[in-house]
Design a binder for this molecule. Sequence first.
Ligand code: SAM
Length: 207
Amino acid sequence: MHDHGDHEHSHDHGGDGDGFDEEMHDVDWGRVRERQVARGEHVETWFDDAGIDAGDDVLEVGCGPGYVTERLAERVGEDGRVVAFDRQLGALASFTGDVPENVSLVLGDAESLPIAPCEPVTALVAYVLHHADRPARVLAELAGALPSGSRVFVAEYAPDADSEVGPPTHYRIAAGTIDGWLADAGFDVTDEFGYENATYAYLASVA
Ligand SMILES: C[S@@+](CC[C@H](N)C(=O)[O-])C[C@H]1O[C@@H](n2cnc3c(N)ncnc32)[C@H](O)[C@@H]1O
């Protein structure tokens, strides 16, 4: 079960038998992609709220099996670029079809960021932090690596709103906790969004 009281996650799942695979070592990535497609209508809302436009550079943290990445590639177009990374080779290997020309795939752990962009980017961190071992560390790494003018958009499931999709409520991270981690990492939180599917997001900038 998560302990969000400090910045480490314990891996004591307490035998709760909820079947949630926090580390996603044994997931069927095809099914994860199906879930990405099923919640696809929200993706354009994220991009709008994050201010992602044609020609932008985006760092997609914890991209999973690629559906969001493909939509991002369409949004930024041929003048933009998406660097998508994930710590699970299975996620990157399950990208279907050709990887779009404006997308680069990188295998790496966001807790030890494998990328240091030279130009400002928007970092998209969607539904990742409840899977991370040290979620606050992910945000601290981004704050340290992203150049001034960059933004980070973090989307998570709300623990106080049950929903058919998403992790069990005790794995979810409270909005106030994310807000605090962003501030601790040195980001300026500029906006907060609540969505109908029991999720929320924060937009923050690198000072
Ligand atoms: C639920 S999927 C979300 C995929 C995608 N962002 C989306 O919105 O559909 C979570 C992904 O985050 C990845 N992930 C979790 N912790 C990570 C970390 N520390 N570094 C890189 N990837 C991570 C997992 O491997 C998984 O592919």
